[in-house]
Design a protein. Structure first.
Length: 431
């Protein structure tokens, strides 16, 4: 029988999520350990007329895990992971680190993001950019199957249209209580850590774009504008090489040509150690605000706008993080999953730390004229209506039809969905 709590230590733990800016207060938390518990919790919410939300890893920036005045389905005790024949079976509350650690013990790797405390299934359902995306695709591309409890309380094995929707359409179709995730033979990666003076930022970005234009699948990189411990801005590049290590050293040595390196280090790590690189860097309870854009490349206009945006920051911990999308991720046919952008691009994260959110919104607005339509669904908030309308590209109408069929009353609102689209975006072709 599901455990319902309205106060006390268990309630406090369940409503304490990553972003301290979130003040939503649910009236009850359903602590679930089985699929039957989840089904019961949905019935309780329906019978009492309570809005419903789902807490997985709790690394939530927008407060979607906590519906104000609602019932929270807490999956944090459903963190089991087992691996057999190249497939990880993962509980709904498992974090990226939980799964990566299980894979690491077998010399395997899983497509994750860049922070281990993120719930792996939440990341996966919305897309999942990460250091292995070029080689193995998005986290969503590695989703092989799932058990889902739908809004009517029925438990189903996702296949066909539901599985298609889960691969990038977000947690909008039910509660994923477990999933089957592909894991890959990969015991070591070569990780680069490069830093350049902020005065050389324009040159670094332009050369960086040129360098990655010819990069193979084994190379996936992140570049950021950040402050050093003394508060001085710099440009940081963090490439990951997932192929032959000797070949990777030759490729990653090329990053020293971007500018005058303040730091240039190459380290062989396990994929798990790579995931743990930033442990503690983004502590729970701090105030965060995030906005996102996608750009096709680093044109002079894009670079100028990025530098102007960063210069206007209002808190010292604020930074711009930029993810590389190419290779296996971009070769996935656009109609094969709900994820709405398969062209090579760079995903921008404007991460305001300790501020009121105005800088993040202003930075997003500044980059808008140079950006592709839409944005990364996992980072789109309720205010990002125009971006959300375009986020799923030609898949939007199909996604909305599946939503209306499986959840006509809109019980699940985990990830932003467009209110409605029309025209040739309604094509049903999966090719």
């Amino acid at each position: 029988m599901v455990q319902l709590v309205t106060e006390g230590p268990e309630y406090d733990a369940a409503v304490a999520i990553w972003n301290g800016a979130v003040s939503n207060r649910p009236v009850v938390v359903a602590i679930c350990t089985t699929t039957a518990d989840v089904r019961e919790a949905i019935a309780v919410a329906r019978d009492r007329g309570l809005p419903l939300s789902v807490r997985g890893g709790g690394h939530d920036w927008a407060g979607r895990a906590l519906r104000d005045g609602g019932l929270v389905i807490d999956l944090t005790r459903m963190r089991q992971v087992s691996i057999e024949d190249g497939v990880a079976t993962v509980g709904g509350g498992a974090t990226a680190e939980d799964v990566a650690a299980a894979a690491d013990r077998l010399g395997l790797a899983v497509a994750t993001g860049t922070v281990g405390t993120v719930g792996l299934l939440g990341l996966t359902l919305g897309g999942g950019y990460g250091p292995l995306s070029g080689r193995f695709g998005l986290a969503a591309d590695n989703l092989l199957g799932a058990e889902v409890v739908l809004a009517d309380g029925s438990a189903v094995q996702a296949d066909g249209e539901l599985l298609w929707a889960l691969r990038g359409g977000g947690g909008n179709f039910g509660v994923v209580t477990s999933a089957r995730i592909a894991v890959h033979p990969l015991a070591e990666v070569l990780v680069g850590s490069f830093a350049f003076p902020f005065e050389e930022a324009e040159q670094v970005f332009l050369r960086y774009g040129e360098l990655l234009d010819c990069g193979p699948d084994e190379l996936t990189s992140v570049i950021a504008i950040v402050a050093d411990p003394e508060g001085n801005p710099l440009v940081s590049a963090a490439p990951t090489w997932s192929g032959d290590l000797a070949e990777g050293k030759d490729v990653l040595d090329g990053f020293t040509t971007l500018g005058t390196p303040l730091q240039a280090e190459l380290t062989v790590k396990s994929p798990l150690a790579k995931l743990r690189e930033f442990d503690g860097a983004f502590p729970d309870g701090v105030t965060y605000a995030i906005r996102t854009r996608n750009v096709a490349g680093f044109t002079p206009d894009v670079v100028t706008a990025l530098l102007e945006a960063y210069a206007a920051r209002t808190s010292p911990g604020t930074f711009i993080n930029i993810h590389h999308f190419h290779g296996a991720a971009s070769r996935m046919p656009i109609r094969k999953s709900a994820f709405g952008l398969r062209d090579d691009h760079f995903m921008l994260e404007f991460i305001e730390v300790g501020g009121d959110g105005k800088w993040a919104r202003a930075a997003s607005t500044l980059l808008a004229p140079y950006s592709l339509p839409g944005g990364y669904p996992n980072l789109l908030g309720p205010e990002d209506v125009q971006q959300t309308a375009a986020a799923y590209g030609p898949n939007a109408n199909r996604l909305l039809r599946i939503k209306r069929r499986l959840d006509p009353r809109g019980v699940f609102t985990a990830t932003a969905l467009p209110a409605g689209v029309s025209g040739d975006q309604g094509a049903d072709s999966e090719e």
